[in-house]
Design a protein around this ligand. Structure first.
Ligand code: CTP
Length: 402
């Protein structure tokens, strides 16, 4: 794994919420990316996770209070506040948010945050009524207005037994935000990324066609994000109502064969191909040149197979990172695994399109990323733009250097 955070000092504040255990994974992931992690635990956090766990995982001494280390207490909060390239609080309880909003400094964490000039990221996690309570929302707004970054909590099943907003985002997403903050804005400069999006169609006659429900949003968000990161981006788009993204060479196609020839043209010198398109697997065998007139009785249309573009790329692939998508309605991971192997992909983005918030039309998605080594990352409901960033983070990690 590339050491994206080498030389960065990250102060990880841990407060007393049930999600405190997830901060252990955050610390571990940050360290794997090369960061120096300095953990500050509030008194309440120590009720949930031991100091020893964080000491082992971070490889650094853990701060558990202002007063224990008498030798250092007078300088420690300033030292960490100065040392920090970023302060990240996981989880941030309602209590911590309120204290920060009020400018309080009654323990090591609040003192460090008040004293630091580094960016501060908070990942709030709490009971959903506490989160939606106007006082918490006002406090968060105040902190945002003062320049702190709030990583929005996810919805889901909360420890208090109810479903609602307030769940800590997955550690991998929190770490992606940190990485995105530090990654040079142009982390894909010099790279060529080929993205496909939208649905291809199968014409029947000059006025009719067979199509699918793809909106193109996921692929367009990926193309935009890759362009933001400085890549040369080619977007081969099937049917989509979306406008051409800024800074992206967009090639519009309709049929699977048109998509295939456009993709093959840009494949040889591409560094990565991300195939988000919903490609029509069949075409109409006899396309009529004239509009077909209706007649009484049934109408049968004969279909024949289209080429599987991604399968072909998988066979031709040399240095390219290949990413596929699997939109399924059942047996999600089993089908995804088969596609990953058959098409020789580096990873596959699988989503169960029957889940509310996942799939074709909306602005959000729920995805699992499956890698060649069998590792699976689960991502809860998030904006397609956020998922696009995570997908490109993984591509960057796999891309060979240089
Ligand atoms: N794909 C492709 N060419 C095709 C069909 C699909 O390149 N003719 C790509 C899609 O862009 C996507 C992945 O392959 O990245 C989807 O895999 P696929 O097995 O084709 O999915 P489905 O069409 O849903 O197939 P199935 O009916 O087997 O579920």
């Amino acid at each position: 794994m590339a050491e994206y955070l080498a030389g960065k000092n990250i102060v990880l504040g841990v407060t007393g919420g049930i999600a405190a255990y997830k901060a252990v994974e955050v610390a571990s992931r940050l360290r794997k990316l090369g960061a120096e992690v300095h953990v500050i635990m509030t008194r309440a956090a120590q009720e949930f996770v031991t100091e020893l766990t964080f000491r082992e995982i971070s490889g650094n001494p853990v701060n558990t209070g202002m007063w224990e280390k008498v030798l250092h207490w007078n300088v420690e909060h300033i030292a960490l506040a100065r040392l920090a390239d970023l302060v990240l609080v996981v989880p941030a309880t309602a209590n911590l948010v309120a204290k920060l909003a009020a400018g309080m400094a009654d323990d090591m964490l609040t003192t460090t945050i008040l004293a630091t000039q580094a960016p501060v990221f908070l990942a709030p996690a709490m009971n959903s009524n506490m989160y939606t309570n106007p006082v918490t929302q006002e406090n968060l707004e105040k902190l945002k207005a003062r320049g702190m970054r709030i990583l929005p909590p996810a919805s889901g099943h909360l420890a208090c037994g109810i479903d609602g907003v307030g769940r800590l985002p997955e550690p991998v997403e929190i770490v992606s935000c940190v990485k995105a903050h530090f990654s040079a804005v142009c982390s894909l400069r010099g790279r060529k990324i080929l993205v496909t999006a939208g649905g291809t169609i199968a014409p029947i006659d000059p006025v009719r066609f067979l199509g699918n429900r793809s909106s193109g949003k996921m692929g367009y968000r990926i193309a935009e994000e890759a362009a933001k990161r400085g890549a040369e981006v080619v977007l081969v788009s099937g049917v989509s109502a979306l406008p051409d993204p800024e800074g992206v060479r967009t090639v519009r196609v309709e049929t699977t064969e048109e998509m295939r020839s456009a993709v093959l043209q840009d494949f040889p010198d591409a560094d990565a191909v991300i195939k988000a398109a919903a490609v029509a697997d069949y075409r109409v065998k006899h396309v009529s040149e004239q509009k077909i007139k209706k007649s009484d009785g049934e109408w049968t249309i004969e279909l024949e197979r289209n080429p599987d573009i991604l399968y072909e790329l998988g066979r031709m692939k040399k240095h390219q990172v290949l990413v596929g998508f699997a939109a399924e309605t059942q047996n999600l991971m089993e089908y995804a695994k088969k596609k990953l192997e058959k098409k020789n992909l580096d990873f596959i983005v699988a989503n169960d399109v029957t889940m509310p918030g996942a799939g074709f039309r909306g602005e959000t998605n729920i995805a699992r990323l499956m890698f060649r080594d069998g590792k699976v990352e689960e991502h809860p409901l998030m904006k397609k733009a956020e998922l696009a960033a995570i997908i490109l983070d993984r591509v960057e990690e796999i891309l060979p250097c240089g």
